[in-house]
Structure formats: C-alpha cells, structure tokens
Unconditional design. Structure first.
Length: 325
C-alpha cells in the first residue's frame, strides 16, 4: 500500500487517485519563533488532521531576518511578529546587502526545525518548505511593496546588487535542504508581486523573473515543487512556464483565474479551491462540506489537491478543517 508521499508523487506523475488528496496550512505565531516550537507545531498539526502533504509554515519574517531586519517575536497565538527595524533605509543600502552563510540564526533555525520534522515522519510524507521569491524578500526588507517601486524604476543597479545577494543566499539554502533530504521540494511564494495591480508582466520579466528562475532551477532536484501566486487580480498565467510541479492560488477570488480556466492552460497539478477566508473560517462545518462538494464537482477529472487559496487564519476552527475530509 502506498504511503502519503507515494500517493502525492504518483498524482504528480499523472496517476488518478482513489480519493481527492487534501492539505492546508496555517501559522502558529507564538510557537514559530523557535526551531523547536515550529517543529512541534507542524508535527502536531499534521498528526491532528492527517494532511496528505505538509507545507511547512514558518514565520514569514525569517526571510528578511536573514539580511538584518529586526522583529519583535510574538507570544500571542493571534498576533504576527512585529517588524521593528530594517537595514534598508535608502537605495544606497542595497549595496551593503551580502550573501549570507547558512549558519545565520534565522536560516540555521529553519534547517534545525526541518531536521526535527523529517525525523518525526521519515520519508513517508512529502514535506515542502516555504521560500519567498527574492523580490518579496526585498520588499520586506524595505517596508512595503509600493516602497520598492521607485527603487527598481530609478535605482536599479543598487537594488540589483541586493537581489543578487538575496538570491545567492537562497540558492545555498535550497541546495542544502534538498541535499540533506530535509524536504521534498519548496513552496515558492510570489507574495505581493503576483498581482497586476502592482506590476505588469513586462516589468516583472525584467526585474524579478530572472531571480525566480534561478531559485527554481536550484530546486529542480525536488520531487514536489509548488508555486504560490498571491493576491487578487493575479498574474497566474504569466508563471505557467515556471519549472514546478503544481500551482496554488486563490481560485475562489472572482478576479483570479478559476480552476477549470487554469486546467485548460496547464497539465500541472492544481492545489486549492477553497476560499481561505470563506466557510473554512466562518463555518459551520456543514458550510465547509457544501463548499467542498462544489469544488470537487468543478475539479472532477483534473489533476487536483483540495486546499485553500492561501494560508488559513489562525482563528480557523479545527472542526471546519476536519470537514475538508
């Protein structure tokens, strides 16, 4: 009998599953501040809900911490980490950004957590680690996506230096995770820059796409790489040629492509379907089951994993998550 990892990888290869696989992910703000806490939260969440694969959901700020951003760590399960300082105050500061060793505290902590997770589940579960694309990491270092626009429009050589250092660092990180077999792939998140409201395809192709592809090329050794395209009015179709095994986006958002629409343009795995702030959050479980039934009807015959279009809220009731089964 196939284990969960074999189940997922067989679907990636095109085999028809005997049931619809399912997985969602969420933060544990007060626990994800340490390697031990993150590992415990991920392991407990997996054991409680028996997901078909694990998307490790670390504190998002670990990416920016790697390059000197400072955060106040949360002790509240309902509150995210708070940014209190950044190394980037102006365009010249991009020239100071250097490639970072994997011994840096934030990266080393993630690797430690992944080792504990892998030790718990062995090779029987697909585990993928969240990795933001370099452009979003640069945004987080500066403060916000909109703050970055004049930097790439008027100070490109300086910003490019920072992006090259960020990319080089995460190439090493991805290489290390895969070499040590800590993960089966990465969850490559195009966060704020996935929307046409912020950037067009031509601009993105010049300033961000080359760095995305460099990281994904390093991740090719992974057996299960997923691309997440965030936000409304997103540019999912601009990324269909990226070398990944599956795509995740908020298909429940009417400004985004639907599941059938996407399936007509790619033969890769589609992941999601459920609105991450819809019935999953507000319930009751009967509403979740009804939404689930609608999604499964829409995706009948597709290469598909049921999940949410983005990270589910920390306030999502366990009963609603159980109703996804």
């Amino acid at each position: 009998m196939e284990n969960k990892k074999e189940f997922i990888l067989n679907i990636v290869k095109g085999e028809k599953p005997h049931r619809t696989p399912v997985s969602v992910w969420r933060h544990f703000y007060d626990l994800e501040t340490t390697p031990e806490g993150l590992a415990r939260a991920m392991v407990d969440f997996q054991k409680k809900h028996d997901w078909d694969f694990m998307k490790v959901n670390p504190r998002a700020c670990y990416h920016a911490e790697t390059f000197g951003a400072k955060y106040k760590m949360s002790t509240d399960p309902l509150k995210n980490q708070e940014r209190i300082g950044s190394p980037i105050q102006g365009p010249l500061d991009w020239l100071k950004v250097k490639s970072v060793s994997l011994s840096q505290e934030a990266l080393a902590g993630q690797l430690k957590a992944l080792r504990m997770i892998r030790k718990e589940f062995g090779d029987g579960l697909c585990v993928i680690q969240t990795v933001f694309h370099p452009f979003s990491i640069a945004s987080d270092l500066l403060g916000s996506p909109k703050d970055l626009i004049p930097h790439y429009q008027y100070h490109w050589p300086k910003l490019k230096n920072g992006l090259e250092a960020i990319t080089e660092t995460f190439l090493k990180y991805v290489r290390a995770m895969l070499k040590e077999r800590l993960v089966d792939g990465i969850f490559f998140a195009i966060k704020d820059w996935g929307t046409a409201d912020l950037i067009n395809d031509a601009e993105y192709g010049e300033v961000a796409r080359p760095f995305d592809l460099a990281v994904l090329e390093e991740a090719r050794a992974g057996e299960f790489n997923v691309l997440h395209v965030c936000k409304s009015n997103n540019r999912l179709f601009s990324f269909l040629d990226y070398p990944v095994h599956g795509f995740n986006w908020d298909s429940a958002d009417k400004t985004n492509p639907g599941l059938r629409e996407a399936a007509a343009k790619t033969d890769k795995l589609l992941i999601g379907g459920m609105a991450h702030r819809g019935s999953i959050l507000s319930g009751p479980p009967e509403d979740v089951k009804q939404e689930r039934a609608c999604v499964l009807k829409e995706t009948e015959g597709l290469k598909f994993i049921l999940g949410a279009g983005c990270t589910v809220s920390v306030e999502t009731p366990d009963g609603n998550l159980n109703a996804l089964r």
